[in-house]
Design a protein around this ligand. Sequence first.
Ligand SMILES: *Cc1c(COP(=O)(O)O)cnc(C)c1O
Length: 366
Amino acid sequence: MNVLEELKKFREMDIPYSRVLSSMCTVSHEIAIKAHQLFINTNLGDPGIFPGTVELEKRLIEMIGELLHCKTPFGYICSGGTEANIQGIRSARNIKTKNKPNIVIPKTAHFSFEKICDILRIEVRRADVDESYKVEVGEVESLIDENTVAIVGIAGTTELGQIDPIVELSKLAEEKDIPLHIDAAFGGLVIPFMDKPYPFDFINKGVTSITIDPHKMGMATIPAGGIVFRDEKFLKSLEVETPYLTSRMQFTLTGTRPGTGVASAYAVLRALGFSGMREIVKQCLKNTKILVEEMSQLGFEPVIKPVMNVVAFRSENAEDLKSELYRRRWVISTIRNPKAMRFVIMPHVTEEVIKYFISELKEVMK
Ligand SMILES: *Cc1c(COP(=O)(O)O)cnc(C)c1O
């Protein structure tokens, strides 16, 4: 058998995005795929060989900086939100130099922080959230001590799409002189394109770094994550010497790294512009509303009124429904507290997909 035929057979075992209602990734934009192909042999780990790709990354970071209200952003395109969060916290730890460092994060933080506390050997303190699943600023304050090297706020929680009170967290961070890292892996490319965007970014003086992933709502090809710092000293604190490459120092976590994420993310933002992104986000929010209406007719209530295109519906038998749907090749996810079915309404989750899904859910519920 031809090897490509063999590969196709494996690929056909995968579930197509048109049946996936739980992923924060989506079908890459067609311009992203073209850009990806153009840059397929690039390696930003050896920048002297790829000055063009390096320049493109610089321009993309500037574009992201503009979106995040930062005139002189310092950062790079990495493997995803996990690496971006690691680097954000690692830089804060390096700058603050404490013997027994700790960080204070919301209980709703992404599981990448489990890896961070393991890799960086720092204590992770989890602050409670209020009834709307936003972190309690008073709780955060009470968990801070002289060894706290960073506070984390989330702009678009993975489970519910909620936004923490970042304005207040920023004031607290400034007052205590502690770096504030914002995990906007998902929300970073949603919130700025909403009608009344919550001020989650560098507009707040206390915010020192932001995670923002083009391979989620940015419709770039995987992998494309982003980490942006307000101040160069954070990036510098990550540097190691590189004895045999074309560069002298490297601040990235990975060595060899693709230019494809840079090119595809840049292509989407340039081709669509901020106005095109606004249209995409508008459509996703409209479809989220449609899902909420359809689900409420079936008796399901959202855990919180959706803030963005992430929504969870309370259901005692969420797990059973998920399993039965998966048997029929539909992918949704669940959350445990409270028990709920979770959906992410990405650009591929169209009104047609939602209607089809709802008809199948009705079957399953019989
Ligand atoms: C998706 C996500 C991450 C992790 O990003 P990866 O690209 O999967 O590494 C981190 N934080 C939040 C809030 C996310 O939604």
